[in-house]
Ligand binder design. Structure first.
Ligand code: NAD
Length: 409
């Protein structure tokens, strides 16, 4: 529940900026900083990546995000945005938004200390009267931990938790279109979060911090489980020689109750899997649905290779993987199942060649033509629009139906 306590209302004087985003050169921090700056706020970014800070200050995006680079140039020219590796930046604004990465470790354990640690690095610059807004997806209870931490530092700072819910690739529209969930322990904190996020949208949803922490995790887990359901149904149909995509489209035709059944495909990327594991850990690893979804989604590359092995002598073949990003149209390879597919195939096939028109961070990638020419068998792993209409005489495994020729393997 939100307390009736009004808490800290004094806003610090003589501030150069309205908002500082800690981790503001990242995939969600930068679009958010741009959105605030484009709505007239004076925005600072504090980020530990020197390369990303230099890239942003030079007017270039460190990663692809449609529509973002033109806004970046505009807000830099207007003097509304500056990025820095200097933690002193944190003391320059009334609103301090934290949006650093919160991954699980190699044993799938969440790191509850990621945000307190990041704040520890710049705590000397926090000042009384600021509103500290956690925007990262957090392990439930981290907001309360941060409240305790700032109180322990003797600071009069309100804390809010206002989770990010955009999808990469849609950030510059969704930031203005999606409702913003805002939460704080006090009415003053809630009012101030409302006033900041009210710059982006009039659709604000108020919750308690504990509700909002779960709301964010539930959102991602819900999506992950839906993808897993589709993937399991895909495998079931495929085992019987049936085309899941024909079945899915048929059952959803003019039938709204099934309209949200997703297509089969890799459910990957930096959020859905790790947030499902965060929620599982939060519930003492008692999360059969979440763990089943993980087994299905993470098992899909194994299933594909298993099916291909039944049809082809992989050991004598060169396999080409098309699309290494975690989803269509993206340049982001974080937690991409294309790389898991590559690892499995590298063990089974004679050779594996990879290509992707968007990814710029993998020196091993080859041009599409070279992969098409040199491969005996192709797998579409990320259904980039560039692959639609692809013409090849090689066999193609295409669980996404990117080529419109069915999804059977
Ligand atoms: N990527 C998405 O689509 C998405 C969507 C919604 C929510 N989220 C959540 O948002 C958070 C950030 O995700 P992301 O994808 O933007 O991560 P990211 O890795 O792209 O960005 C994080 C940024 O924080 C910087 N950073 C790391 N430690 C720092 C520190 N101590 N001080 C200052 N800067 C620091 C990094 O250099 C990087 O630029 C995560 O909690 C994620 O779960 C992500």
């Amino acid at each position: 529940m939100i307390s009736r306590r009004y808490g800290v209302t004094k806003v610090p004087d003589l501030l150069d900026r309205d908002v500082v985003v800690i981790g503001g050169c990242g995939h969600v921090g930068l679009p958010l900083a741009l959105a605030f700056a484009d709505r007239g706020a004076r925005v600072g970014i504090y980020d530990v990546s020197e390369t990303a800070v230099a890239t942003v200050n030079s007017g270039r995006m460190p990663f692809a995000e449609p529509g973002a680079e033109e806004v970046l140039r505009r807000v830099l020219a207007a003097g509304h945005l500056e990025a820095s590796v200097d933690p002193a930046m944190v003391g320059s604004a009334e609103y301090v938004v934290v949006v650093i990465g919160t991954p699980v470790d190699e044993h799938l354990n969440p790191d509850q200390s990621a945000i307190p640690k990041a704040l520890g690095g710049c705590a000397g610059y926090l000042r009384d009267g600021q509103l500290l807004i956690l925007r990262s997806t957090v392990f439930p209870g981290v907001t309360a931990l941060v409240e305790k931490m700032v109180a322990g530092l003797g600071l009069q700072i309100e804390v809010a938790f206002c989770p990010e819910r955009i999808a990469e690739g849609k950030a510059m529209t969704e930031l203005f279109e999606l409702p913003q969930i805002i939460s704080s322990r006090t009415l003053a904190g809630t009012d101030r979060a409302r006033s900041l996020f009210g710059r982006l949208t009039s659709k604000l949803v108020v919750m308690s911090p504990e509700e909002a922490e779960l709301a964010k995790l539930f959102t991602n887990v819900w999506r992950y489980i839906k993808f897993a359901t589709a993937n399991q149904l895909y495998m079931m149909a495929n085992e019987r020689g049936l085309d899941f995509e024909r079945i899915r489209q048929g059952l959803a035709e003019d039938y709204p109750r099934a309209a949200d059944m997703p297509a089969a495909g890799f459910a990957a990327g930096p959020c859905l899997f790790k947030d499902t594991m965060q929620l599982a850990a939060f519930n003492h690893n008692n999360f059969p649905l979440g763990h089943a979804a993980m087994a299905v989604n993470e098992g899909l590359p194994l299933y594909i290779v298993h099916r291909l092995e039944q049809r082809f002598d992989l050991a004598s073949m060169t396999v080409g993987i098309l699309g290494m990003a975690f989803k269509a149209g993206s340049d982001d390879t974080r937690s991409s199942l294309s790389y898991k597919l590559k690892r499995i195939l590298a063990f089974k096939a004679d050779a594996v060649l990879c290509t992707d028109p968007h990814v710029t961070t993998d020196a091993a990638l080859l041009p599409l033509d070279e992969v098409l020419d040199s491969s005996d068998l192709l797998v579409i792993a990320a259904p980039h629009p560039e692959y639609r209409g692809l013409v090849t005489d090689k066999p193609v495994a295409d669980i996404w139906d990117a080529l419109g020729q069915g999804v059977r393997i």
